[in-house]
Design a protein around this ligand. Structure first.
Ligand code: CA
Ligand code: CA
Length: 575
């Protein structure tokens, strides 16, 4: 446990970067190792230019920005790579040239993929092709051809640690097995309402009260005990008849709110301050569920405010505002890269609801892109087909019917139209090119496609036909979900079932109609997800749609909200 809680080094930067946000294809042309090399050396080279110092000094400077544990690993890496860089790097070498010399970027499928513009006359080659370099590096432990980023000294152990976190989607700390945790990260209360007693399975957010919560707070909503004047239980007086309910999302990185700080990828913004939140961010899989449109509940702390920008709004927060008895009743069951198949096979099983012991749940099934997103060059043939989508969704619905309390609600959410990404970002500069304005998103997308590590080759592509075909498949899959909702709703006894359009495109349309720019709602580093501002807009849009079309889902406004606030204050807070 102790080791798992220690996050080190830059999260091996690009290695986790994109492959964990989407399903990653096998490495080609150096793949994620090449991307990691180019991005890290890009930051190092730019830092050296800013401070007029050597590459090794600049890498040391960046290591020193990192929190203690990470710093140690970074320096182990520095000790290894430092002498190599000093020996092989020549004056005009750009990061791509250096990564090629090291053998981390290769050229198996055509010309080498390059992140930065090559200087005229530059040749890319492995160090072994240069007799002078072979001679000079004789005494050095040069990386072997085909080495992976995780094989490097200082990075190896971090990779194991990361694998551990990213492969487990259940709370690391949960003694009573109700999937609610008293611990914050590692799928704890960042993701699902905090467990106020981790020894009793029947005590957790969303539980029906035990003995009217006279003695203990069985649903962790902060309401318990007796009114001293009337001797009536507060749960009875303030919550009974208010029809409490929780909200859960079965989703992907959009719902988990994947967010890589821009400040980590912009050499002009690197500092100690921007890395302070690294342990928290890593232990949440680079996701920000506590700030997300579905289950967000907090505004950024002083530390996190340096790397996430804007306030939080969510469907959960509005459910709580509507009925304060709903406090802490949220579950974010979203996993980066999740497709409908993985959801039906494994991910959904980490949802927790006791059919008779808990209140009803509103569930959003929101797999909004990965079924059409992959990094394969032959991307179309690796997308989910309509009949597979149907099978997967029906499997999940059967599962939900077997475990949700009667009176629950399920929404099948359509896929997004990712064409907006390319159209709004293509000519803009990616943070990694901020210093010299030399890397556009259009180029950045192609670079990832060249390495076959794009989170979404279909949409993040300069080929318009491919982008259109990807949208066509997305529309076909949405149609499958809509049809299920329209024809099968009567098959389920524990929930009502509806289809809702994906909100993001509507949000962007409304936003641009006001004369604002679509990119303002998008994540700058990955060029793929909605950012904090986008999440706030999505929460509002979903809520408005529910108010207009499905008001019964939201439940009543609790007339006792003010009393609850007066008596129980922040209801115990979230921490
Ligand atoms: Ca628990
Ligand atoms: Ca209670």
């Amino acid at each position: 446990m102790e080791d798992r809680l220690k996050m080190k080094f830059l999260l091996t930067l690009s290695f986790v970067l994109f492959c964990f946000a989407g399903p990653c294809h096998a490495d080609v042309n150096g793949g994620s190792t090449c991307a990691a090399c180019d991005v890290v050396l890009g930051l190092v080279e730019q830092t050296s230019a800013i401070h007029n110092e050597s590459l090794v000094k600049a890498l040391e400077r960046i290591c020193n920005y990192l929190p203690d544990d990470f710093q140690k690993s970074c320096k182990v890496f520095l000790e290894y790579i430092g002498p190599i860089l000093i020996t092989i790097v020549e004056d005009r070498d750009t990061p791509d040239v250096i990564c090629s010399k090291l053998g981390l970027c290769t050229a198996e499928t055509g010309p080498q993929c390059t992140l930065f513009p090559l200087k005229p006359g530059t040749k890319l080659h492995h160090y072994s092709q240069d007799p002078v370099l072979v001679q000079k590096t004789k005494h050095l432990d040069m990386p072997k051809v085909g080495v992976k980023i995780c094989d490097f000294p200082g990075i190896k152990e971090i990779c194991n640690w990361i694998d551990d976190i990213f492969s487990n989607h259940e709370p690391a700390v949960d003694l009573d097995g109700d999937k609610h945790s008293p611990y914050e990260t590692l799928r704890g209360y960042s993701w699902r309402g905090k467990d106020c007693d981790d020894r009793l399975t029947g005590v957790h957010p969303g539980a029906r009260t035990i003995n009217d919560d006279i003695n203990m707070d069985s649903n962790c909503n902060g309401v318990k005990g007796l009114d001293p004047t009337t001797q009536m239980p507060y749960e009875k007086v303030l919550c009974e008849g208010s029809e409490p309910r929780g909200i859960a999302v079965l989703g992907d990185s959009i719902s988990a709110h994947f967010h890589l700080p821009r400040e980590w990828f912009n050499a002009t913004e690197l500092s100690t301050a921007v890395f302070e939140g690294l342990p928290y961010i890593g232990e949440n899989e680079l996701d920000w569920p506590a700030f997300s449109y579905a289950t967000g509940f907090m505004n950024a702390t002083d530390t996190l405010r340096k790397v996430i920008h804007g306030p939080t709004d969510s469907v959960y927060l509005r459910m709580w505002e509507r009925n304060r008895c709903n406090f802490r009743d949220y579950q974010n069951i979203a996993v980066n890269g999740a497709r409908s198949g993985a959801m039906a096979d494994t991910i959904e099983k980490s949802l927790y609801r006791n059919k008779t012991g808990d209140y009803p749940l509103i569930v959003y099934y929101a797999l909004v892109g990965n079924d059409v997103c992959n990094g394969h060059p032959d991307t179309i043939n690796h997308m989910t087909k309509p009949d597979e989508m149907k099978e997967n969704a029906l499997k999940t619905l059967a599962f939900l019917d077997s475990m949700l309390p009667m009176g629950s609600y399920v929404f099948l959410t359509g896929l997004a139209d990712g064409r907006v990404l390319y159209n709004s970002l293509k000519d803009r500069i990616h943070p990694i090119g901020a210093l010299r304005n030399d890397v556009t998103y259009a180029h950045f997308y192609d670079y990832f496609n060249c390495l076959e590590i794009s989170p979404c080759t279909g949409w993040m592509n300069t080929n318009q036909t491919l982008r259109d075909l990807t949208t066509q498949r997305a529309n076909e899959l949405s149609a499958v979900l809509e049809k299920i909702a329209n024809t099968s709703a009567g098959n389920y006894k524990n929930f009502k079932l509806w289809y809702n359009e994906n909100p993001i495109n509507k949000v962007i349309d409304e936003w641009t109609a006001q004369g604002k720019q679509a990119w303002e709602l998008l994540e700058p580093v990955d060029g793929f997800h909605s950012n904090q501002l986008g999440n706030v807009q999505v929460a509002r849009a979903i809520w408005q749609e529910m108010e207009q079309q499905w008001p019964e889902v939201l439940g009543k406004v609790n007339p006792n909200n003010d009393k609850i606030r007066a008596i129980f204050g922040d209801q115990g807070g979230y921490r």
